[in-house]
Design a protein around this ligand. Structure first.
Ligand code: EPU
Length: 453
């Protein structure tokens, strides 16, 4: 086994020729933000955890690499199915070279502390969307009796956790997941108040419960956890990715056309769908079948939007929705309430012909409809990246999107799937002067340390 990561898409750039009218049917992948805490949860279990419908994306592969370095045995059972066995988990320290690449690596600290009574967190990954502080994690761990010290290697957490009541001063998704993972194996009754209610948190709590954890209040802001000494293994399936679902719906609202979105859960994006309906899109949902049918005749109507914790409009959908608003009639205020750095991509949309005024780091005004034209762009983060891709699909002419690693972090084989619904997109390798043929993924793709498929 080499130390080099053997999973790698040829990242490079996307070439997109617009404009596009969307048509056809697309399937939604498993949720990235459900898969990541599931993988971390395996550390707490006495027997293997088999995770199904894992999206084959870069962030998941980084998380698997970290799990491998912690001593967790990983078997790739089938495409998108991983079995994790933590019996050989030998170290409590997160790897200094990999952790900065992935903010979600911080989730491992909860189970590592529960298992070993100590862990070291090197500076976790951030991105361009804001500062991504970790003060809530430190505060929460201290409430559980853990000592926090800053060292050259990172933040060291030590001490046997004891049950606690912790009130989150603001809602944090991974903060809730991390303390939940700590509390399920901490003796006594712990209470997490103002906990995040995102479906990914609920899915994690349900997984833990299926392994023998005692958790009350799942899906509410108050989680009451009675710690147990042992948790069994289990089998879990990732919930559908609601952000991907919403991004596909926003693609239709930006480009026009109609789309059947399959293998999704419409109930988990009720607010985003309502907003698109208010803009004039026609939407039909079938929750039992997991299908959304959406059609849009441009221009739609502009409406103001505001991001909010679940069940509100997710911040992760703000960039795709902002692109859709550039094609809608009227003036819209976009209010990003969660991150202070998540609107800076709008200058890239203006470069394409949009008329967006940044009022302050949290608000911008979008005047539409404005025809967009192709441009050379750089993807700053996962969600702004997919937004630029949507903008390129509705723009006239060729766009080139660089740094597509950022898009590959969250969206599986996105160019292949978008091609099926009418987007003219290709992945071009470094050094190629002409658009290359569509690139087939190598069968051997697999993150470092993963055995099997
Ligand atoms: N915050 C603090 N201190 C902390 C932690 C968070 O001030 O210690 C602040 C953040 O700066 C932010 C707010 O609290 O302003 C909410 O952040 P949260 O902790 O909920 O974010 P997260 O848990 O780090 C998850 C998702 C993000 C998603 C946010 C909000 C995962 C792995 N990541 O991040 O997803 O934007 O919740 O819903 O679940 C993405 O998928 O592209 C992504 C960024």
């Amino acid at each position: 086994m080499t130390e080099e990561c053997i999973f790698s898409l040829p990242y490079m750039r996307f070439l997109i020729d617009g404009p596009t009218t969307i048509h056809g049917s697309i399937s939604v992948a498993g949720a990235k933000n459900a898969a990541l805490p599931f993988l971390a949860a395996s550390i707490l279990l006495d027997a293997p955890l088999e995770v199904h419908r894992v999206p084959m994306i870069e962030d998941v592969h980084r998380m698997l690499e970290i799990a491998h370095r912690l001593g967790i045995a990983i078997d790739a059972v089938a495409p998108g199915v991983y079995r994790l066995t933590a019996a050989g988990c030998t170290t409590s320290e997160l790897p200094a070279d990999l952790t900065p690449k992935l903010r979600a690596a911080i989730i491992f600290t909860g189970p590592l502390l529960a298992r070993w009574g100590s862990t070291v967190l090197p500076q976790p990954g951030g991105c361009t969307i804001g500062q991504r502080p970790i003060d809530l994690f430190l505060d929460g761990f201290r409430a559980f009796g853990v000592t926090v010290t800053e060292e050259a290697a990172g933040t060291r957490f030590t001490g046997k956790p004891r049950s606690a009541r912790y009130v989150f001063p603001l809602v944090s998704v991974t903060g809730t997941e991390t303390l939940l993972l700590l509390a399920v194996r901490t003796p006594g009754v712990s209470v997490l108040e103002n906990a995040a209610m995102e479906p990914e948190v609920t899915a994690l709590a349900q997984l833990l419960q299926s392994c023998g954890a005692h958790i009350e209040g799942i899906g509410t802001p108050t989680l009451v956890i009675r710690g147990v000494e042992h948790l069994s293994g289990g089998v879990v399936t990732c919930i559908p990715d609601r952000i991907e679902t919403g991004a596909f719906a926003a693609l239709v609202a930006a480009c026009g056309g109609s789309l059947e979105i399959r293998d999704c859960d419409p109930t988990q994006i009720a607010v985003p769908l309502k907003l698109l309906e208010d803009m004039g899109a026609t939407i039909a949902t079938d929750a039992t079948a997991g299908v959304i049918r959406i059609s849009a005749q441009l221009p739609l109507r502009a409406i103001s939007i505001r991001t909010h914790e679940y069940p509100g409009l997710p911040t992760d959908l703000q960039p795709p929705f902002t692109v859709a608003l550039t094609q809608a009639s009227g003036l819209a205020l976009v209010h990003e309430t969660i991150y202070e750095g998540r609107l800076f991509y709008v200058d890239k949309l203006n470069k394409m012909g949009a008329n967006i005024t940044l009022c302050d780091p949290h608000r911008c005004l979008v005047a539409g409809p404005r025809p967009l034209h192709g441009a050379r762009l750089e993807s700053p983060d996962i969600r702004a990246g997919i937004a630029l891709l949507i903008a390129a699909a509705c723009a006239t002419g060729r766009s080139v999107i660089e740094n597509v690693y950022q898009i590959d972090r969250g969206f599986e084989r996105i160019e292949e799937r978008l091609r099926d619904i009418g987007v003219r997109i290709q992945r071009e390798e470094e050094g190629a002067h002409q658009p290359s043929a569509p690139i087939a993924l190598p069968d051997s793709r697999s993150p470092q340390g993963v055995v099997g498929y």
